[in-house]
Design a protein. Structure first.
Length: 417
């Protein structure tokens, strides 16, 4: 029991005793002495009570702050023990969640509204040592953030920052005007006048919802056991990663999709430069030089380049008289070169057939691309659509958006032949 509570109870007892003694019109010497002792004890208890309240208030504040800001390490450790299998069985059989899984689901429900059972994004990570048929999970480490979950995606390779948003909208103010340097024209002349510090906001809004559907047969539910968890997590993670990666670069901005980098180049203020020439080290070197002269990148090592595999195929032939190829020269100079069939549309036109490329860089710690994902994955059960065959249909919903803070940190190359 808290010290303040004990003192409060004792003060109540003293007041009751004093009331009984005060009701006696002719108290004896012992009763008078007792009233004096009780009065002195009451005064001391009052002082101790106030001191206890002050002390316990500080303790409550410290405990509350610690509870409200649960460390990332503790949350990471909890998600390593989250069981997707429990969610599947709860949706199929109505089995009650228990342990850490129940605690995480309850905490996610308190943070935002979900129609089904919320599943933390970290729980969908493919953990080291797991195989679909192995049957024994070996969660060596669960990464705490979305970029670790999608560590192999083209978006993260190009420097995109993946942000997990709880609720509401999030904005990134970008400076567009500020301090203006200049020299005094004479001994008594003034330096250039002040310029207003202005910013523009680049919001991420929860307007776009990605859905992933899967069916789990009755046989899988009865036969797979613990192996079902690995299968569900791997399948959902791969589907979400593939579509999020595509939407970041190729999202149309309509039909429920966010606006991606290539279709939204003019909206985001991204420069588009026509190469209209064969893919070569010289062509990409010239593009990198333009990129650096625009003050976006300080050196070649800070530049990320995204290409189609077909471009690699056309460049990986030895140069006549040399033991290296155009591709070898490119990868030796540019900081990071990535290939993707999911982030860039297939080459078209021709002859010659033409493709596109993307240059990005991170400037002063500011990522070129921001991708916000809201809350957790909302897992919804549908046991009616396929009831005749005893199958369970699961729908996983996640909300995301894409934005570019500064278009100068990106450049699109067209006409790469």
């Amino acid at each position: 029991m808290l010290t303040s509570k004990k003192l409060e109870l004792r003060r109540s007892e003293i007041r009751q005793s004093l009331a009984e003694l005060a009701a006696n019109d002719t108290p004896s010497e012992d009763e008078v002495r007792k009233m004096g002792d009780l009065d002195q004890e009451y005064r001391q208890a009052e002082t101790r009570y106030r001191a206890a309240l002050v002390s316990e208030d500080d303790e409550r504040r410290e405990a509350g702050a610690e509870l409200e800001t649960r460390s990332e390490t503790e949350w990471k450790e909890m998600t390593t023990r989250f069981e997707v299998r429990q969610v599947a069985l709860a949706l199929d059989e109505g089995r009650k969640l228990d342990g850490v899984t129940a605690e995480i689901v309850e905490e996610l429900r308190n943070a935002g509204g979900f129609q089904g059972i919320p599943v933390p994004l970290e729980a969908l990570e493919t953990r080291a040592g797991e195989t679909l048929a192995g049957g024994v999970p070996d969660p060596v480490r669960t990464m705490p953030t979305i970029e670790r979950l999608f560590a192999g995606s083209s978006a993260t390779a190009m420097g995109a920052r993946m942000i997990n948003v709880g609720v509401g909208e999030i904005e990134y103010p970008v400076a567009t005007g500020g301090a203006q340097p200049g020299w005094a024209g004479s001994e008594t002349g003034d330096v250039p006048g002040p310029q207003a510090y202005t910013t523009v906001d680049r919001p991420l809004k929860p307007d776009y919802t990605l859905g992933v559907q899967m069916k789990i047969t009755r046989k899988a539910l009865k036969q797979a056991g613990a192996g079902l968890e690995q299968a569900v997590r791997r399948d959902m993670s791969a589907a979400i990663q593939q579509e999020v990666d595509r939407a970041i670069f190729l999202g149309s901005g309509s039909s429920g999709e966010p606006l991606g980098i290539f279709p939204g180049a003019s909206t985001y203020g991204i420069t588009e430069t026509a190469i209209d020439d064969a893919a070569s080290y010289a062509a990409f070197r010239a593009a990198a030089v333009r990129f650096m002269t625009a003050n976006a990148a300080s050196n070649l090592g800070a530049i990320n380049l995204l290409l189609r595999p077909e471009v690699f195929d056309s460049m990986d032939e030895l140069i006549t008289g040399l033991a290296i190829s155009e591709w070898d020269r490119l990868t030796a100079k540019i900081g990071n070169v990535s290939l993707s069939t999911n982030g860039i549309t297939a080459p078209a036109g021709g002859p010659p057939v033409e493709s596109k490329a993307l240059l990005t860089t991170t400037t002063n710690g500011v990522a070129p691309i921001f991708c916000g994902m809201w809350g957790a994955v909302d897992l919804i059960r549908d046991n009616f659509s396929d009831a005749k065959s005893g199958q369970l249909r699961l729908t996983a919903l996640t909300t995301m958006d894409v934005t570019v803070a500064r278009g100068v940190q990106l450049e699109i190359l067209t006409g790469v032949q």
